[in-house]
Design a binder for this molecule. Structure first.
Ligand code: FAD
Length: 381
């Protein structure tokens, strides 16, 4: 059963086949080790860049592939096949949240200094918004940037930042008025250097990803690293939310599809009480529900994607896709784990990791509750 297509054409199918081949050959075989080491190597960035995968949607003049969000959508889905949510998250943070603001709001010099080497995989980016005292309530951030001669001095702390230890630059939200809030936030591109300290955090899932708290202590940031206009950082945050959430929905759909395929195969092979697990109606019905869930999530996500690439501002559809897919993915992984029985609880089975990794979806990139708040507003409830 094929879902209502976004405008995917033959070129996207070809890209999908080539990305999948690369992932299965070059990344997936290492996933288990990277998860155990709680780190995937920095070399993965240039390796992906050599395939053009860090710049699919970026213009050729900056070293990108000159494609668009549809090409990137293919990559977002396929990254699930690495089999390590943490690796997908580290790459995803670089291409889906750290570099887009530079592409959209950066001046020519900033694009040359940060976007180009990021597309080449030579410099790794992170996006620093969340703080110990402000997550969902973005406007409440307290990291401040004081004006000084030639730039700013930054003090404060960010937390849960993906690529937070390894990033060469952090696209950082700061308060640039004493009050902060919607009209007092700006973005600075902060280079790792004096006064920037990171400490790694340990997590339930996404083990291979680098998640950190970053402390800024009297960090001088030159004027030319102000991204976009002063005090208009909130606009910059909002500008990329739709894509970030769509990327998460696509990632969930890719992961759900893979988990369903693997679990259906397992249920066909594993026997209990004289027949395959899928020969038991209770299990077969669960698999049927799972297939329905994957299909529904794909339809809703592709519909939002189609609208997004068509130039609409599909806030409602993207928000629904994010809300639906993240919870559905977690529930589906739990079902898959259950069907695997004791094996599902074991480290060496993919599903144990997939279930842990899927728990982040309803929290990150705007939690389920925040999605419902947005929908409440959009629907006039
Ligand atoms: C592994 C990981 C990676 C991350 N990567 C990044 C990153 O790269 N960059 C970055 O900036 N951030 C990152 N984050 C942070 C993430 O975006 C936040 O955790 C998320 O936005 C929630 O914020 P919080 O953790 O402060 O929770 P809080 O905002 O404190 O919320 C706590 C709970 O209260 C609920 N809640 C909050 N407000 C309301 C409300 N109005 N009504 C009802 N319920 C509400 C929330 O939904 C949640 O369930 C990451 C987080 C994790 C766990």
């Amino acid at each position: 059963m094929s879902p209502p297509d976004p405008p995917f054409a033959d070129e996207h199918d070809e890209l999908r086949a080539s990305v999948r081949g690369f992932i299965e050959r070059e990344l997936a075989p290492h996933a288990q080790r990277w998860e155990e080491e709680q780190w995937f190597p920095d070399e993965v960035f240039p390796k992906m860049a050599a395939q053009g995968l860090l710049g699919l949607k970026y213009p050729e003049e900056y070293g990108g592939q000159g494609g668009d969000y549809l090409h990137e959508a293919v990559l977002c889905e396929e990254m699930a096949r690495v089999g390590s949510g943490g690796t997908a998250a580290g790459i995803g943070a670089h291409i889906n949240i750290a570099t887009p603001p530079i592409w959209k709001f950066g001046d020519e010099q900033q694009k040359r200094r940060y976007l180009e080497p990021a597309i080449r995989g030579e410099r790794i980016g992170a996006l620093g918004i969340t703080e110990p005292g402000a997550g969902s309530d973005v406007a409440a951030i307290s990291t401040r940037a004081e004006r000084v001669d030639g730039g700013f001095v930054v003090n404060g702390e960010k937390t849960y930042i993906t690529n937070g230890v390894r990033a060469h630059f952090i696209v950082t939200a700061v308060k640039t008025t004493p009050e902060g809030g919607h009209d007092g936030i700006s973005f600075l591109i902060v280079e790792r250097g004096e006064g920037v300290g990171s400490s790694a955090l340990h997590k339930l899932g996404w083990h291979a990803s680098d998640t950190a708290t970053i402390a800024f202590e009297d960090v001088f940031v030159p004027e030319e690293n102000l991204l976009g206009e002063l005090n208009s950082g909130f606009k910059l945050i909002m500008a990329n939310f739709q894509w970030e959430r769509l990327a998460m929905a696509l990632g969930a759909v890719g992961a759900m599809q893979l988990a369903f395929e693997r679990t259906a195969a397992f249920a066909g092979e594993r026997h209990a009480f004289g027949r395959a697990l899928s020969g038991h109606q209770a299990i077969r019905h669960r698999l049927a529900d799972m297939a329905t869930s994957v299909y529904t999530c794909r339809c809703v996500t592709y519909d939002a994607l189609r609208r997004f690439v068509g130039g609409e501002d599909p806030l409602k559809e993207v928000t629904m896709a994010k809300l639906l897919t993240q919870r559905a993915a977690f529930e589906l992984m739990d079902e898959c784990l259950q069907i695997h029985g004791g094996a599902g609880y074991m480290r060496e089975y993919w599903v144990e990791r997939a279930a842990r990794d899927a728990r982040l979806g309803p929290i990150g990139g705007g939690s389920d509750e925040i999605m419902r708040e947005i929908l409440g507003r959009v629907l006039g409830l």
